[in-house]
Write a protein that binds this ligand. Sequence first.
Ligand SMILES: Cc1cc2nc3c(=O)[nH]c(=O)nc-3n(C[C@H](O)[C@H](O)[C@H](O)COP(=O)(O)OP(=O)(O)OC[C@H]3O[C@@H](n4cnc5c(N)ncnc54)[C@H](O)[C@@H]3O)c2cc1C
Length: 387
Amino acid sequence: MGAALALARHGHEVTLLEAFDAPRPLGSGLLLQPTGLKALATLGLEESIRAHGAPIHRLDGRDLSGRKVLDVDYADWRKGGHGIGIHRGVLFGSLHNALAPAGVTLVTGARIVRVEDRRRPVLHDAAGRAHGPFDLAVIADGSASSLRPLLKPRSRAWPYPWGAVWANAPDPEDAWAGALRQVYDRAEVMVGVLPVGHGPGGEGERLVSLFWSLPTADFDAFQAGDFGAWKARVRGIWPAVAPLLESLSGPDDMARAVYRDVWVGRWTAGATVLIGDAAHGTSPQLGQGANLALVDGVELGERFAAPVTSVTVAVGAYEASRRRHVMLYQFVSWAMTPLFQSHGGFWASVRRWLFTPLSRAPGIRQFGAAVLTGTARLGRWPDATRP
Ligand SMILES: Cc1cc2nc3c(=O)[nH]c(=O)nc-3n(C[C@H](O)[C@H](O)[C@H](O)COP(=O)(O)OP(=O)(O)OC[C@H]3O[C@@H](n4cnc5c(N)ncnc54)[C@H](O)[C@@H]3O)c2cc1C
């Protein structure tokens, strides 16, 4: 939706082909970084996001003894800097509501299964309809992309062995305001709370997203298990979350989330380009995926702000520039995830003895803040996305 809006705002005729019959958001909450917020500002959507979301000034992760493991202050990146915790439905609604006024034609129930002719793409859906030909096809079908292997047979998307279950819970007193908080027991247990502000209705109680990390192989056991015993375990690990657990009645209240490490090589093929998780999905440990995807969309739009002599050359230039940002996050997410989601004590020890002390060292603290706020990039930021 972000790419569709960015291209439409530059005067292009855009058709958005969406697999859903009825558009709907998935999942609970996410953290918008200064990068994603700037991309949304360029799309004219920052105001509605800020009106609904919850400002986040710190990332605070502790072990069971209360010792700080992750301690990032947005002020170490920039004075007054912050992220916004947002309900996915709000982000989805803001983008979706902007499509029609921007002139984007939305076609739902169009699950694309084949791309014909990469130079002048025609997209075929599962119902046998052909869409196009188009000057450019932007493939943004997520980390489980079914089109990626067709366009890039050598690409890989390794499912990560750990995932998470998520739920939203009311926080009427705004007790969790200001920070993304996590508590860890070695790298095997992670409980997190992210304030996300108001839900899609706008009014009503403030919400937080509560997440619990677990191996994907344990999803079914969690679903079938004793929910009361799980709640008691979480309360034992982190007593402060007890009021949040009260609103959850069973495992069906918790949504499952799985991640993939996506490796594609080149993102482009003729006049087709992969963006977002389809191009560079990672684990959400650094909370960057939606931000990277929004920046992708806006920077792609900028490449087509003026007439181009060759679409292939324009998408190649887009890729070369975007990689200087994305590569860093793919690598750091891949390297950091076992420190927070893995079996045994090895990675937790690396975290305790190496990662945490290093992250506090002068200079590295500022660099860490730049990485965790999504703002580290090799080379210059384009004006449209410079945070
Ligand atoms: C547990 C969890 C927590 C996260 N937390 C954060 C966070 O705090 N901050 C952050 O920035 N990111 C976070 N992320 C990552 C973020 O959700 C993703 O990076 C982001 O949604 C990627 O956006 P996308 O548009 O590329 O793909 P998606 O959001 O996956 O969207 C893909 C779209 O393509 C459609 N589609 C799929 N197949 C087809 C097809 N064949 N034809 C037509 N349409 C199709 C789908 O219906 C969907 O609308 C988190 C992810 C998880 C799992």
